[in-house]
Design a protein around this ligand. Sequence first.
Ligand SMILES: *Cc1c(COP(=O)(O)O)cnc(C)c1O
Length: 406
Amino acid sequence: MNPKPFKSPIYVAKPFLPPIEEFQEGLKEIWNNAWLTNNGPVVQRYREALCRHFDTDNLCLFNNGTLALQIALQGMQISGEVITTPFTFVATTHALFWNKCRPVFVDIEPHHYTLDPAQVEAAITPWTSAILAVHVYGHPCQYDALAAIARKHNLRLIYDAAHAFDVQVGGVPIGKFGDLSMFSFHSTKLYHSIEGGMLVFADAGLLKTFDYLKNFGFENEEEVVMPGTNAKMNEFQALMGLQVLRHLPHLIERRRAIAECYRDQLADVPGVYFPARLPRNVTYNYAYFPVEIEESEFGLSRDELYAKLKEFNVHTRRYFYPLLCDLACYRSVPLSFPIPVARRVARRILTLPIFDSLAIDDVERICDILKALCPALVRRSQSSRASGSERINLGKPVVNGIYVAD
Ligand SMILES: *Cc1c(COP(=O)(O)O)cnc(C)c1O
């Protein structure tokens, strides 16, 4: 088996674009209105559609997810220490920095890579004001345990749900958990509005505050009631968001098929581990396809595999390596406790290409390349050929008893 490199690059993500005629039709309305931003009619319609979609009125739109999160923290007056995860995109922690909050990084759990509630509780001090947890890859956090801790210690519970659009637990949208959730509609996410962001929150009173903060604090032409910033969504973003929303069920279904194909094809590759299956009551969005590479079994390190896949024009990403606490700008933040799980996962994680227009044939070819690059697998097939045995048993050992190999 000697798979060939792809002729054109396969990236980890590729945005879905609606049929261009559909978008042009929408543009005509914007041209007619000549109202491009500042809560125009398309943004208003988009907000209404999302309110229906998530069954809430407590929803605010922004020009991106990072500013949405910054404004959330500011509007909720979060201060002091905030307990958070080092295994996420930089914007999660940057939003704390811009609000002069101190990030307290604690460890994640090994099954789905979300904050470990026991570690959260251990890190609480008199200065702690909030927990900022991330539904990383769209995997729901341990929301019950986190909510119990937040209640007991009177902390706000805020979710970075940038990856979790349309994830549900027991039929309830993920944005209904905790005090507030931030969603990102960036083009690299599974659902997008070119760029965009959304807050969904429990306290209806926050809507007005967020509306002020994203529009300079304007009450009217003469009155400015708070020092806001500019984080408004524009009409073009809203048009894209509205149109992509209509296609979303199909996009998620395509991703599901791709994820199942990866799981099938890679199930018996030594040293390739999947995150544990999600609980049955979770409706997942297949936002990412992360695997862990165990060098001692696979035969290459994660970084060697990442580089070799690139030579085949398969551009995977090491989301989320390096850990945020190891970045130059957060290296000086002291860790209260060791973070062994986050360190191991960051060393082993690799996210494989997944997007709606990725053909199943190409997924199989990516898997063939990955298998051909696996020294352990190549050795096994050579020795079985030499000994003339027909059947190859690729039993996968379980490391530390925690990895689910299905
Ligand atoms: C993408 C992302 C963000 C930032 O969202 P933008 O819309 O790009 O500003 C924040 N947190 C996480 C975890 C993300 O992946």
